[in-house]
Design a protein around this ligand. Structure first.
Ligand SMILES: Cc1ncc(COP(=O)(O)O)c(C=O)c1O
Length: 374
């Protein structure tokens, strides 16, 4: 009765583990800021509703918001509102892009470990997901060799995600050049998931934007302005991409949420300081978690340069899934690396979108739990 595309994808198993948690927990499993949206954004959403922004809006999003986004990224290219599509979060940006680009049997390269959308979205679009490894020894950046050996005549696109979830990896300029040159050589579309664009701690953002002509750049208000539940994202791409992706988007969602768009515009105009404030807090928490993890035996932490995740490798002879289950029993939520693909199997993802106090307690309990497995 059901389509192969539905039957061929699975719900993520992470929830089941989290459901085992009882009572008060220390949550180091969060994939979102532990903040609420900026006060200006909250006021603006109320204002929007009172002012009457309760109707359908333009399918591609409010022109003023699209212009504001083009302007925000003007240092990377000569963008106009025609290069911008407002979407229902990065998630809808992604599925609309895949449905507009991928034909049956096209291959799409995606990272392993990687964020949970890439494989199912490729399958839903009728394509074939082909994973490429990213490993800790190489700062979770793919090698040219690993990418090239997976490219065939059928390869349509490569998905890249930096700053990276689940690892916190960030690209260097030379990595961006390598991937762009390869995409040029093999005529691939680059789909760059940059929903953590602003969360690069030790340098300016390292982005694909403005560096390739067949680029779909995806970002979102979710992480930058702590608006995950408001569901607003956007694509920046060449006009002909926006036209095609925009058609799919129209038939899926009609238009983005008008009051949220209104509030997002005000947020862009007034709340840059808020994103900076969160980033400074995340930076301190990253340093703290790294310091604490470095003292724990049997764990090799990575030093993440972006996003708000750490992805240490477990070096003792134990299944990280068992460790995570034990952690949950002790009231600490974290995510087994294998939730992000087979290549994450030896890892655990800790999110530092949590208070310094929770990070301290969580790392202490992690050490105690590991003692049982050592
Ligand atoms: C790498 C990555 N891409 C995309 C998304 C989806 O974000 P949005 O809330 O904008 O749909 C997330 C959310 O966790 C993410 O981590």
């Amino acid at each position: 009765m059901f389509s192969e595309r539905a039957l061929n994808i699975e719900m993520s198993g992470i929830r089941k583990i989290f459901d085992m948690a009882k009572g008060e927990v220390i949550n180091l499993g969060l994939g979102e800021p532990d903040f609420h949206p900026p006060p200006e954004a909250k006021e603006a959403i109320y204002e929007a509703v009172i002012k009457g922004y309760n109707k359908y809006g333009p399918s591609k999003g409010f022109a003023e918001l699209r212009r504001a986004i083009a302007e925000k990224y003007s240092e990377y290219g000569d963008f106009t509102e025609d290069n911008v599509l407002i979407t229902v979060g990065g998630t809808e940006a992604f599925i609309s892009t895949m449905l507009a680009l991928v034909n049956p049997d096209d291959d799409v390269l995606y990272p392993n470990p990687g964020f949970v959308l890439y494989k199912p979205h490729t399958i839903i679009a009728g394509g074939k997901p082909v994973d490429y490894p990213i490993v800790q020894e190489n700062n979770f950046i793919p090698t040219q060799e690993d990418l090239e050996k997976r490219i065939t005549k059928k390869t349509k696109a490569i998905i890249v995600n930096y700053p990276n979830n689940p690892t916190g990896g960030v690209l260097e300029d030379r990595d961006i050049r390598m991937i762009v040159e390869m995409a040029e050589d093999y005529n691939l579309v680059i789909i760059s998931d940059e929903v953590y664009f602003n969360l690069v701690y030790d340098s300016s953002p390292k982005t694909f934007l403005g560096k390739y002509d067949k680029l779909v750049f995806i970002n979102s208000f979710s992480k930058e302005f702590a608006m995950t539940g408001w569901r607003l994202g956007y694509i920046i791409a060449p006009k002909e991409f926006i036209e095609q992706i925009g058609k799919i988007h129209y038939y899926m969602i009609a238009c983005p949420q008008s009051p949220i768009e209104y509030a997002a515009l005000k947020t862009l105009q007034k709340s840059e300081y808020y994103a900076e404030m969160m980033k400074e807090k995340f930076r301190r928490r990253r340093d703290l978690m790294y310091e604490l993890l470095s003292k724990i035996d049997g764990v090799k932490p990575n030093f993440p340069k972006g996003a708000f995740y750490m992805f240490p490798r477990i070096e003792i002879n134990a299944d990280p899934m068992d460790i995570v289950k034990e952690m949950v029993k002790k009231g600490v939520l974290c995510t087994p690396g294998e939730a992000f693909g087979s290549a994450g199997k030896k890892h655990i993802r800790f999110s530092y979108a949590a208070s310094e106090d929770d990070i301290r307690k969580g790392m202490q309990i992690f050490d105690e739990v590991l003692e049982k497995f050592r």
